[in-house]
Design a protein around this ligand. Sequence first.
Ligand SMILES: Cc1ncc(COP(=O)(O)O)c(C=O)c1O
Length: 414
Amino acid sequence: MRSRRKFLKSGILASIVPYLGFKSSRHLANKIQQFTSNNTQDLFLLNKDRHFFNTASLGASPHQVVNAYQEWTQKLESISETGHQNVKTCRNATADFLGCLSDEIAITRNTTEGINIVAQGLQLEEGDEIILSTHEHVGGAVPWMNVAKEKNLQLKLVDLDLSGKDNLIVLKNAVSPRTKVISLSHVTCTTGMVLPVKELSSWCRERNIITCIDGAQAIGMIDVNLGDLQPDFYATSGHKWLYGPKGTGFLYINKNSIDMLTPTFAGAYTTDEYNLNELNYSYLKIASREEYGTRNTPIIMSLKSAIDFHTEQGKEIIIEHGFSLARLFKSLLIDIPEVEILSPMDEAFSSAIITFRSPIKGYKEIQQELMKQHKCRVRGIYENELNAIRVSCAYYNTEDQIRYLAAAIKEILS
Ligand SMILES: Cc1ncc(COP(=O)(O)O)c(C=O)c1O
């Protein structure tokens, strides 16, 4: 068995060597060793003997993020305090990073929680229409399906234009006099397509249609300025492209939209005036009222460290790194005849996610073979029956890794 594996491995290496322009399998093996220790990779804990291209599901954290969690745990455990007063430094850093007010940021556990806070908190009535696209993630769709069932709302699904070009028109055309909310990804989790959130939000505002944007695939991967985009609500996660700790996220609540929401959960930090004896309370007018009760301060401070990481490394540098790898990957995929690229070809709608499929093999087979034979972790896209493979190009990925992956795909499909 071992010799068969060895044989397969050498066969694979030999077949991709010419593609990569390396002299021999040994040369390639050395090269793989090298590209696992470049500068950006050394900042992370990621295991260097596999190639991780699945940041859109879960980003790996840098050492400093993990250390921040450990240090804050030590510090607070040694005095057994909540450290709650420190949480605002995370909100402040996030607001600076996203170009909005600190009072517009609530720290959550993930994108799904943010969308649920919006779906449950809006005063929607029977017959109101909610528009979603067919490319929404389960975490962006089920919160609406859930509330639609409860309140008898109408959900309308919109098919997006995969080229990216016509999506504003497609979405505008879907609106009816009953439309109350459009809930949409900023960057789709299926093909990494960037949607026209700014134009849509402004168009919707003029028509009193509420915009709830799912930014799970956007924050840390593309430049997001919420003060400029101005949706009503924007939910995201810290544990994907921000490389933050797992189980963290943010919900942006536009200062002009806070009154649209009623907190679903309320308690400490939710209220302004509170008097139990008089059974009196009023809600704070800031987003952080959604952070009811005691929270995990070390994890929140670790999230702040992730934001600091982006600022210290240079937000633009991190973004450009992912985008340039994605451009390279796309250019390599174009040369593989057995591959159909599903991500937009137009740069204006492209991101650091590239999705492709092949008539030769299904997503399960390709995903498994990439992992088993080439130690490449990608994610199959079964959503919307796309039967495709998604590749995330992150800060810890290298050009050589991308070339290696493309060569591996070529081999698997030939
Ligand atoms: C677009 C989108 N929305 C929501 C989610 C759910 O994220 P979380 O599990 O952090 O809530 C994901 C996860 O991949 C996603 O891609």
